[in-house]
Every structure is written in C-alpha cells, then in structure tokens.
Ligand binder design. Sequence first.
Ligand code: ZN
Ligand code: ZN
Length: 254
Amino acid sequence: MQVRVLGCSGGIGADRHTTSFLLDDWLLLDAGTGTARLTLQEMQPLQHVLLTHSHMDHIAALPLLLDTVFGTRESPLQVHASGAVLQILRQHIFNWRVWPDFSELPDARRPVVRFAEHSPRAAFELGGHRITGVEVNHVVPCCAYIIETDDGVFCFSGDTTTTDDLWAALNRLPRLDLLFVECAFSDREEQLAGVAKHYCPSSLADDLRKLEHDPVIGVSHFKPGSEEETLAQLQDLLPQRKLHALQPDQLYTV
Ligand SMILES: [Zn+2]
Ligand SMILES: [Zn+2]
C-alpha cells in the first residue's frame, strides 16, 4: 500500500493543511483541509473514508467533498467511524442546518454517502485490507487504526495522548512498518497538551519507549509556527527512532 500525505498540520495557512492521508487511490484517512488538495479526477476513485474523530481539523473537507462528487458516483462513498463519532456528525454537521444529510440525497435508496459504523477493536475488511480500530485517549471519542495487508502494517493514530492500549495492541502485532502519530504541541506547552489530550515531545517519547517495533514514524499535527522547535525536541528525546516530520505530498510505501 502507498500512503500520500494530503494534510498533516495542526492548522492552515499557505502550504499548511489539516489531517488527511490518501491510501492508494481509494481510501481517505480523515478528511481535514488536506482533502481539498485532491483534484476532481483524484476524487473519483475514492471508495471509503475512515474517520478517527469528529474534530473539525479532521472532517472539515468532508461536507464539501460530498457536495463536489454529488451526481458523479455510481456507488455511495462509505464513511466509516465509531457509532459515537457518526452520531456527532449526524447531529452537528449533516443536520440540514449546517449541511444537508447527504445520506438521504439524492434519495435514501441511492445516496451519495453511506455512514458505516464499526465497533472499536472489531476488525473489519476494506478492499482486502484488514482494519482494526483502537480507542485512544482524546477529548472526544477517537480511534486509531491499524491497517494490515500481506505487504505490511501501517498504524494511523489520529489525535491522542497517552493510551497504553494502543501500544499494547501494536506490540501484539507481528510487525509494524509505518506509524503516523501526532505531536501537536511543543514541550513549552506541555500543560496545554495535557488539557487538550494531545501529545507533546516528552509524552510522545515516553510512549514510544513502550513500542517494541521499529517502524518509520511520521509525526504530524505540529502547531503552526512551532514545527521546528517540536521536531528538535523529539529528535533530542528519541535519537534512535526513525522520525520523519510529515510534509504534504510525501509518499510512504508499506
Ligand atoms: Zn482532535
Ligand atoms: Zn486534530
């Protein structure tokens, strides 16, 4: 599988776009503003969207994506998330006031989108890939995803702070080739990171020391303007780890 970075920043501005990754050409991982970088042609093969949680920086482009592909699709785009996340989206976004409920448009039998609930921890299959959600510790319900194919294993952890279950789940895997993890704040803002339930370099380093695999680690979600400071702190704390600061349009092959 190939993973393309569409957006990996904690904010916007010029080349900064929020969380969204494209797996091969058919699976979108989160739908932050990075999704808006896809061309119309690149939107056509999309089959599935996997959402970690309901925060705006991870769903901002989803309503507009559905509107953009409306009328061009033979089958619905399937949006997968936990029941808690889907309930928030239905209640607060696709409620006909903020945006139409596209799961009923153009009609409920052949809608442009289907919302598909998955239970955390129960593995399911998409396009021959085995997907397992792991609930992680954030201020709203949030899932990390482990994506396994015959070629290798990729974990996208979304937004989170320390979650021992995730590291235990990863250590149970026979291999882990690629891990995308956030580090939203620098250690200068450690207290804010704690309140917002995000990582900062010291808490992420503490957790990565629990990981028994040695994957390529793509770090995302840096607060705009603090990218270099946060990355330098991480590199100081984790000199042995294969840390990459994710950048738009980077490709990772697993
Ligand atoms: Zn969040
Ligand atoms: Zn976020």
